[in-house]
Design a protein around this ligand. Structure first.
Ligand code: NAD
Length: 265
């Protein structure tokens, strides 16, 4: 039996990167996990790989193709998880996108795309998870992925920063509005995490002349990290398992920084 045995969880953005690591860490502790992502083929493979862990500890695993900005698809994803596991205890709203642009060039499309997935997607995910938890009468936990970009504005990613400040606001407002239903809302804010997201970000930064080569932005950030290196996805999962567990039951409305000491304000 793991620390999270019997806990039913959904993780969005779980086809790769931080979301995949969150899901795998939950399964390792015995939780039942629905891996969900807009990339259905990839997330199905990730869930299948997780069976190698779940076969040893009895955790159940399923997957769902979902666009987090589409309420019907979010409802279907929750329905799939509930029919597989019987209930929903913990919902991770982790799916996120970034597309760097010079501030003066930011278009409505760029703004709507980023705010749509990171902001609206988070809110719909919170609402639908909460409705399910309320109907169960069990309470539950909602955990949102924020960012160091929800503490300060960075250059060339204004809509991304705005969207991650929105995640903090949704976490705080949701914590207040859902407390009467015994639902806690927390979040965590990674610093710089080496994931595939950075490959596209590097390309975009080079395209607008904000970087000369791949990896440059990460190197520049590294100089500001007290731990002396950027994070790997599994540097995040001790905290996410804690936020999914009963050990964090008295926390709500808070964002945990996991940034290697990059932001000390
Ligand atoms: P990633 O790009 O590697 O993975 C994101 C996943 O989200 C992908 O599998 C993608 O298919 C999925 N996704 C995108 N749009 C979606 C949608 N509309 N519906 C469902 N799924 C969708 O990114 P990552 O680095 O693993 O980041 C995960 C989260 O962590 C994001 O919210 C990101 O903003 C945040 N974050 C990342 C870093 C970092 O340095 N990598 C730092 C701080 C915060």
């Amino acid at each position: 039996m793991g620390r999270l045995s019997g806990r039913s969880c959904i993780v969005t953005g779980a086809a790769r990167g931080i979301g995949r690591a969150i899901g795998e860490a939950l399964v390792s502790e015995g939780a039942d996990v629905c891996f969900a992502d807009i990339n259905g083929e990839q997330v199905e493979r990730v869930a299948a790989d997780s069976h190698t862990i779940s076969n040893t500890n009895g955790a159940m695993v399923t997957w769902a193709a979902v666009d987090v900005t589409d309420r019907q698809q979010v409802q279907d994803m929750i329905g799939k998880a509930v029919s597989a596991f019987g209930k929903l205890d913990v919902k991770f709203n982790n799916a996120g996108v970034n597309k760097p642009m010079n501030f003066l060039d930011v278009t409505e499309d760029n703004w709507n795309f980023i705010m749509g997935v990171n902001g609206l997607g988070c809110m719909i995910g919170m609402q639908e998870a909460a409705k399910q938890m309320i109907s169960q009468g069990t309470g539950g936990k909602i955990v949102n992925t924020a960012s160091i970009a929800s503490r300060q504005g960075f250059g060339n990613v204004a809509p991304y920063c705005a969207s991650k400040w929105a995640v903090v606001s949704l976490t705080q407002s949701g914590a207040r509005d859902l407390a009467p239903h015994n639902i806690t809302v927390t979040g965590f804010a990674p610093g710089v995490v080496a994931t595939e997201m950075w490959e596209q970000v590097d390309q975009d930064l080079m395209a607008i002349g904000a970087a000369e080569r791949p990896g440059q932005a990460m190197e520049e950030f590294s100089a500001e990290i007290l731990k002396g290196r950027v994070a790997k996805p599994h540097d995040i999962t001790g905290t996410t398992n804690f936020l999914a567990s009963k050990d964090s039951d008295y926390m709500t409305g808070q964002i945990v920084m996991i940034d290697g000491g990059m932001t000390l304000v």
